[in-house]
Design a protein around this ligand. Structure first.
Ligand SMILES: C[S@@+](CC[C@H](N)C(=O)[O-])C[C@H]1O[C@@H](n2cnc3c(N)ncnc32)[C@H](O)[C@@H]1O
Length: 241
């Protein structure tokens, strides 16, 4: 396991979450911010539809959905998922924008989600509850990334699908990040992202839980060494019992 996924103490996690909440609160009436939240992560929709054809999923869980209660499943994959729970430790916020059409899109997506305020290190759900779980742009903000992956594996049904996304940095990029964090530790970016991952470390962390990776978008060698900082995705299937 990468050192970068070492669990945080309660104080550091509380600081990260306070910083996270401030960012969401400041954008909740800003149409550009809200539009960005709706558009984000659409790049994983096409591979998901290609890999799974017309497969549909009864119950879905979005881990770390964000306090706007939008996430990936309810916005980009709602036609395939029967019922969506959205989990996040932060309280659900009101989202109010002046643009009526945008507001309607937001409300429509939010109506699809049953919001649950909780950390994902202890998901309040029975073992084998969900047919699909997504967790995108969350574990580098979380208290214990490894425990979250174990919990996701627990609540997935055998054969269930896991869509995972995390920001990954190149070797050089991660060193630069740590240097900049050392120089300005109180900068929002560094407080809100207590963990960092190179692609190989994120992949290794995923492999600590059972399951098979059926699709990923691993960056090329040069990019892994020096040339990338981006959201990387994996699609995994839990083993059938
Ligand atoms: C950058 S936001 C991403 C939100 C959403 N997944 C998206 O991509 O738009 C990170 C989210 O992870 C949530 N988060 C942080 N720690 C968590 C934890 N331990 N369990 C579940 N969610 C967590 C934060 O509260 C925040 O809403």
């Amino acid at each position: 396991m990468s050192q970068t996924s070492t669990p945080l103490d309660q104080k550091k996690f509380a600081e990260a979450q306070a910083s996270e909440l401030g960012n969401w609160q400041s954008g909740a009436a800003d149409p550009a911010h809200v539009q960005h939240e709706l558009d984000e992560h659409s790049e994983i929709e096409r591979p998901l539809r290609e890999v799974f054809g017309n497969e549909t999923f009864g119950r879905g869980l979005e881990v770390g959905i964000g306090p706007y209660s939008l996430g990936f499943l309810a916005v980009h994959f709602a036609d395939r998922v029967g019922r969506i729970d959205g989990l996040d430790p932060l309280p659900r916020l009101d989202v109010r924008v002046a643009d009526a059409a945008l507001q309607e899109r937001v409300d429509e997506a939010r109506r699809r989600v049953n919001y649950i305020q909780s950390q994902a290190e202890a998901i309040p759900a029975e073992t084998a509850s969900y047919d699909i779980v997504s967790c995108i742009n969350v574990v580098d903000h979380a208290q214990d990334p490894g425990l979250i992956l174990k919990e996701i594996e627990r609540v997935l049904k055998p054969g269930g699908l896991f869509v995972f996304g995390v920001s990954t940095l190149s070797q050089v990029g991660e060193r630069l990040w740590h240097y900049r964090r050392w120089k300005t530790p109180s900068e929002w970016l560094f407080v809100a992202h207590p963990h960092t991952f190179q692609w190989n470390a994120a992949d290794a962390l995923l492999r600590t839980v059972p399951g098979e990776t059926i699709w990923h978008d691993r960056p090329g060698l040069f990019q892994r060494l020096a040339g990338h900082g981006r959201m990387s995705f994996w699609i995994r299937r839990k083993e059938n019992a």
